[in-house]
Design a protein around this ligand. Structure first.
Ligand SMILES: Nc1ncnc2c1ncn2[C@@H]1O[C@H](COP(=O)(O)OP(=O)(O)OP(=O)(O)O)[C@@H](O)[C@H]1O
Ligand SMILES: [Mg+2]
Length: 341
């Protein structure tokens, strides 16, 4: 593939990453990843803590340099033409761009100035974004008094001041309550509907399922699977039987009783008492057998059901572990510290 430094005449994919490596001292954060995102599409980059998601986003947004390999955004090379890349991208994510001592409106205005918008356009754009992100009431208050959800929304608004063609969102909904998360999904869908190309990292499988055209799963700096949500689920195949053990101390006993019904993966969660196992094609027969075995032991369950595999099951089957809960505290403490990049 030939590349043009400034992307002029580029008709290839919006994001193209080839064999990118990055180490921090002895830590190999990325060990040769490839990504392709066509214009106007959404790529969900999925992986557990430390998988390398933020590192990939930082390379594509020119905040750090790759050790090896090639990364192009709209044909612009992150190493050779970082300024040209920055002209057309937006970034919102784990390192917030918000200045705490300033109001929401002031933050937006400053961003507009950074992008050389004239004063009228700046004002209009700030107002539009404040309205779109439901921040008009709080617009003239210092942002250090904003709730986590409001800060997230402002952070995303800031990334949109320049009307970026390619947008990077690093865990946009981590730490948001369910209602705010749905609101954020709505905004993201609107952006996609006007043709924005989006790379979104998340640890929430349902989020990737909901928003992404294509999903790439990374673990330990390597791509371990790629495809649509449906393709990934079909790859895992088979039904899943799940139930909750009422008397949580008996979860181990329950898991042992049904283990032989599972083809490969059996997961337990001591906290919720939840057991889930992949049972292959004959889900209903496995369900009946599960009831019989647990009954024989006098183990009570709730919510016993058979279902199609979810992306969570895909994740478990690919990585050998579930998707850990994101560390909401780490991003919020960084936010409180008001660190800027
Ligand atoms: N500046 C740095 N210095 C040293 N190590 C780093 C640095 N940045 C990242 N790492 C390491 O690189 C690996 C990948 O980190 P990265 O932040 O990309 O993961 P992530 O997938 O974004 O994780 P999370 O879900 O926790 O945000 C981790 O082992 C991390 O500790
Ligand atoms: Mg990260």
């Amino acid at each position: 593939m030939s590349s043009f430094n400034d992307g002029a005449g580029w008709d290839g994919p919006a994001i193209f990453v080839e064999d990118v490596h990055k180490s921090f001292g002895k830590v190999q954060a990325l060990s040769g990843i490839d990504l392709v995102v066509e214009r106007g599409k959404v790529l969900g980059l999925l992986g557990p803590n430390g998988a390398g998601k933020t590192t990939a986003v930082k390379i594509l947004t020119t905040l750090i340099k790759p050790d090896r390999g090639r990364a192009l955004v709209e044909g612009r090379d992150v190493l050779r033409s970082p300024a040209a890349v920055r002209d057309i991208i937006g970034l919102a994510g784990q390192s917030a761009a918000i200045q705490e001592e300033l109001t929401g409106r002031e933050n937006l205005e400053i961003m507009g100035r950074l992008y050389h918008l004239d004063p009228d356009t700046r004002r209009r754009r700030s107002n539009e974004l404040l309205e779109q992100f439901d921040l008009l009431d709080a617009a003239d208050r210092p942002t250090k008094g904003y709730s986590g959800g409001m800060q997230r929304r402002l952070d995303l608004a800031l990334s949109l001041v320049s009307l970026p063609r390619v947008l990077f969102l690093d865990e946009p909904t981590t730490g948001l309550d369910p209602r705010s998360r749905l609101g954020m999904w709505e905004v993201i869908r609107e952006l996609v509907s006007i043709g924005t190309t989006l790379l979104l990292t998340t640890q929430y499988l349902e989020e990737a399922d909901e928003l992404a055209d294509e999903i790439v799963v990374i673990d330990h700096g390597k791509v371990i699977a790629a495809g649509t949500a449906l393709e990934l689920k079909n790859r895992v195949g088979g039904d899943v039987v799940q139930f909750e053990v009422v008397e949580k101390s008996r979860i181990g006993e329950a898991a042992e009783a049904v283990r032989s019904l599972s083809e490969s993966d059996l997961a337990t969660d001591g906290e919720s008492g939840q057991v889930s196992l992949r049972v292959g094609k004959n889900g209903s027969q496995a369900l009946v057998e599960t009831v019989r075995r647990l009954d024989a032991l006098g183990i009570q369950t709730e919510g016993l059901a058979v279902r199609r595999p979810s992306l969570d099951d895909v994740f478990l089957s690919l990585t050998g572990h579930g998707a850990e809960e994101p560390e909401a505290s780490s991003s919020s403490s960084r936010r409180r510290a008001g660190k800027r990049h």
